[in-house]
Design a protein around this ligand. Structure first.
Ligand code: FAD
Length: 345
């Protein structure tokens, strides 16, 4: 059965940037619904690095991915956004005119939205981990093989093998080493693409004998699926040896699958959506793109950039939602009307 919803704005993606957009829209009396493929809010922060510390959120010297998401949820609570989780926005139709936009969106669960503006905050689209080409690995996934660390505690006391040479592999090496029974990092060469500081920390741990560094590639898994007992590693010279481990964490990066977005008639540039830097509007009036999914000269894929983009696009959305109303700039510190909306006055 189709569930039909008429509202002001649909936000495609409930990552940190989509969440903060609710706040900026709410201050301007704009109602929003959020849709996300994931069963939870928070996008990459909640899915890929909930327990990792972030150091460049303004006003927070350090905050974990999940704590940031929790704070964003508390901040937008006064605006009562509606979430449609585990749903993917499949189609977007333009019904109105450039002056008076109107859109129909449909999800794969049959929810239909009729809205005056759409904010695409879809990050990297539906992101999927790149899997190593090892025969039979699927049978170990979720028990002994993991492509993301949702919680660190289940890994306590385990023999962990991390594979990869980028930021995720090195960050998790440094973060999980203190609670592992023994941890080894395996990479195909002794050169790492990760932040130099993290590489230095890893090398110190190796020099202290607190962990192992192996050079080679996993060619086979040992054990009776789904319980892993070790892996077979091949060196550059073709010889092989075994590493005993209970857990294998391959970090080979993510493939960004744009998904249905590619069919929505928006201009695309290398899988991101070009926008202007005044309103963050796409080639279709009334459709905005903010956060990791957009592109403009000088774009930095940082959470703080997405927050700024959300604030500016809300100003333009206001004109589509309330064409006859004048928008007056106000501070939350001094505006009684904004404070009433926030429930603090
Ligand atoms: P995302 O967080 O990617 O969320 C987008 C959401 O949209 C996803 O949940 C996805 O499921 C959903 N979606 C996509 N398509 C659809 C669809 N068709 N229908 C429904 N839902 C859809 N940034 C920093 O600023 N500082 C850091 O220190 C930092 N560290 C990082 C460490 C790691 C390991 C990683 C991976 C990233 C890091 N980042 C950091 C980057 C930061 O996480 C991203 O910039 C941020 O998550 C982008 O937010 P977003 O809301 O645009 O997209």
């Amino acid at each position: 059965m189709t569930d039909r919803i008429e509202t002001d704005v649909v936000i495609v993606g409930a990552g940190p940037v989509g969440l903060f957009a609710v706040f900026e829209l709410g201050l301007l009396d704009i109602r929003s619904h959020l849709v996300d493929i994931l069963p939870k809010v928070g996008g990459q922060c909640a899915e890929l690095y909930p327990e990792k510390p972030i150091y460049d959120i303004p006003g927070f010297p350090m905050i974990t991915g999940q704590h940031l998401v929790d704070n964003l949820m508390a901040q937008i609570e006064p605006f009562h956004p509606t979430f449609h989780l585990s749903e993917m926005v499949e189609s977007l139709e333009v019904l109105g005119t450039p002056e008076t936009p109107l859109f129909r969106l449909r999800t794969d669960s049959g929810t239909e939205f009729l809205v005056k503006a759409v904010i695409v905050a879809a990050g990297g689209g539906s992101f999927q981990p790149k899997k190593p080409p090892i025969a039979g690995i699927d049978a170990f996934e979720g028990t002994s093989v993991f492509y993301a660390v949702r919680k660190m505690e289940p890994f306590r006391g385990k023999r962990i093998l991390i594979v990869g040479g980028g930021d995720s592999a090195l960050d998790w090496t440094v973060n999980l080493q203190p609670l592992a029974k023994r941890l080894a990092l395996l990479h195909r060469r002794d050169v790492f693409r990760a932040a130099p500081d993290t590489v230095k920390k890893m090398r110190t741990l190796v020099a202290e004998g607190a962990m192992d560094l192996d050079i080679g590639q996993v060619v086979a898994l040992k054990g009776k699926a789904p319980v892993l007992e070790g892996v077979v590693v091949r060196r550059d010279d073709g010889t092989t040896y075994d590493i005993a481990c209970d857990v294998l964490l391959p970090f080979f990066g993510l493939t960004m699958k744009l998904g249905p977005l590619a069919e929505w008639g928006l201009n695309l540039h290398e899988n991101v959506i070009p926008v202007d830097t005044e309103k963050f509007e796409t080639s279709v009036p009334g459709i905005f793109a903010i956060g990791d999914i957009n592109h403009y000269p000088g774009k930095l894929k940082l959470i703080l950039s997405g927050f700024h983009e959300g604030a500016l696009c809300a100003q333009r959305v206001f004109h589509y939602v309330y064409p006859d109303r004048k928008l007056t700039f106000q501070y939350t510190t001094s505006s009684t009307s904004l404070q009433k909306k926030l429930g603090v006055h």
